[in-house]
Design a protein around this ligand. Structure first.
Ligand code: TYD
Ligand code: MG
Length: 454
């Protein structure tokens, strides 16, 4: 029988029957490469007459206790993990090269080790001397972390089998290779195979494994998305170049809530925790400026206040520009359309720029009202009243819909010295003393009451 080749995308892991320049699944260019051929195992030949053994089936009801988590003591990391690390779990930490993954995990390994978790840190990228130097600079040299530089997974598995640690960190999965797979380290087949070996090992031996994965722009190297489905927890470490802060975001977690974030600041002495991120994302400007609106948002289980900034200026003849940083461009178009169709405020012939200060990315629809407020404020050149926070979802009909966790948002605003809130009518609020609330049934009310336009 002729060998059938298979191809896969290094960006999203989709499997294709033939090569093409662009992946249909994720739209990335030049990311499809041929997979190494599978050896002719039972699946290649069909099951035939050979029978498997029976596996024991059990009931749903269990008397087992929930897994015992261990905290690192780094609160921002523990929160994102869902309250600490679960034994025998596989965790992926993805992020751009240079964002601080190795720093984070070295600090994490040291923190876990100091709490009695037997931790091993294996680097395929840096020499042990280099890591020791970094540890010294970060004040971690005394932490009982075991260190090695190795890329051959066979040696790594043999070593950790003998050492029997509680936690193994593999930095990075793209540098690991297995001699049974006939392709270069970093290829989709190698990354898949080594990640599979490591996660199976984790489950069998009760060891927690953290895999580091670089987000790659080129197609030659497989990205972390290729292994997302194999692990229990997927965390991404994000940040903007030119900004000091970093966000660790849980995008999948079998042992805790997804969408949780941990906020860190990169300093000369490594990553330090930012327990109150709202302070970081609000600008220090005390006098209200037009085009700015503070959004009382929720990230994971925590309230985070941030500032939306809008700029509206006459467009040169031709196409008006719409430029967004930190929010969804489609959602901006929708709000501009609602403002025009339901409130009679046109933006045609105007360039519109929208930015979330500090480099945060907001994905909550609850930010709609804050975006509309920033846009109107910029267009009318009227600043919102001092000390105002805004939140609420806008529907296509122009109504303002209530959103969840109203009280948490208001309490955070109050804590940070805000004095009033614009929020949806029908919001369920308890008593947040000292905060003046103005409930809006629809967008047109905000246009009329706050900006005296429309
Ligand atoms: P690193 O953890 O090596 O990134 P990654 O593993 O994601 O590729 O971090 C690299 C950057 O962090 C590097 O540009 C220097 C900076 N950094 C600091 O600013 N302070 C520090 O204490 C450390 C260790 C790194
Ligand atoms: Mg690194």
């Amino acid at each position: 029988m002729a060998k059938t080749a298979s191809f896969s995308c290094s960006n999203c892991g989709a499997i294709h029957s033939k090569w093409s320049g662009r992946c249909d699944d994720c739209g990335a260019w030049n990311t499809i490469a041929e997979d190494a051929p599978l050896s002719a195992g039972p699946s290649a030949k069909g099951l035939g007459a050979a029978r498997g053994t029976t596996i024991p089936l059990s009931d749903l009801a269990s008397t087992e206790k929930p897994p015992e988590r261990t905290k690192s003591g780094i609160a921002e990391l523990d929160r994102v993990l869902g309250g600490g690390i679960v034994p025998a779990s596989a965790i992926l930490v993805g992020g751009d090269p240079g964002i601080g993954k190795s720093t984070l995990l070295l600090q994490g390994a040291a923190a876990f080790a100091r709490r009695g978790i037997h931790s091993v840190y294996i680097s395929g990228e840096e020499a042990s001397a280099q890591i020791r130097m970094r540890a010294k600079r970060l004040g971690l040299a005394d932490a009982p972390v075991k260190l090695a530089t190795e890329t051959d997974l066979r040696n790594i598995l043999t070593t950790i089998e003998k050492e029997a640690p509680d936690l193994v960190i593999i930095d990075s999965i793209q540098t690991m290779w297995l001699d049974t797979v006939d392709s270069a380290p970093g290829s989709v087949s190698q990354v898949r195979a080594t990640a599979h070996e490591l996660t199976t090992f984790a489950k069998k031996r009760g060891v927690s494994v953290i895999l580091v994965g670089h987000v790659t722009k080129e197609g030659q190297i497989a990205g972390p998305r290729v292994v997302e489905h194999m692990v229990d927890t997927v965390l991404y470490f994000e940040g903007e170049r030119g900004h000091q802060f970093r966000i660790l975001r849980a995008v999948k977690n079998r042992f805790g809530p997804a969408d949780e974030i941990g906020v860190f600041e990169m300093t000369g002495e490594g990553l330090s925790e930012v327990p109150n991120p709202s302070v970081l994302f609000l600008s220090e400007n005390d006098t209200p400026a037009s085009g700015s609106a503070v959004f009382a948002g929720i990230e994971g289980t925590r309230p985070v206040l941030c500032e939306f900034q809008a700029l509206v200026s006459p467009a040169p003849a031709g196409q008006a520009r719409r430029s967004v940083v930190g929010w969804d461009g489609g959602r901006l178009s929708m709000i501009l359309a609602v403002l025009e169709a339901r409130c009679g405020i046109p933006f045609a012939g105007l360039d519109v720029y929208l930015n979330v200060a500090g480099g945060l990315r907001v994905s909550e629809p609850a930010a709609d009202l804050a975006v509309a407020a920033a846009l109107l404020s910029a267009r009318e050149d009227i600043a919102l009243p001092k000390g105002t926070v805004v939140f609420g979802e806008i529907s296509l009909s122009g109504h303002v819909r209530p959103v969840g966790q109203t009280e948490t948002r208001l309490k955070e605003a109050k804590k940070l010295g805000f004095t009033q809130a614009l929020l949806p009518d029908r919001s369920k609020i308890g008593t947040v003393a000292g905060l003046k609330v103005q409930k809006l049934p629809d967008l047109a009310t905000m246009v009329g009451d706050i900006f005296g336009a429309g």
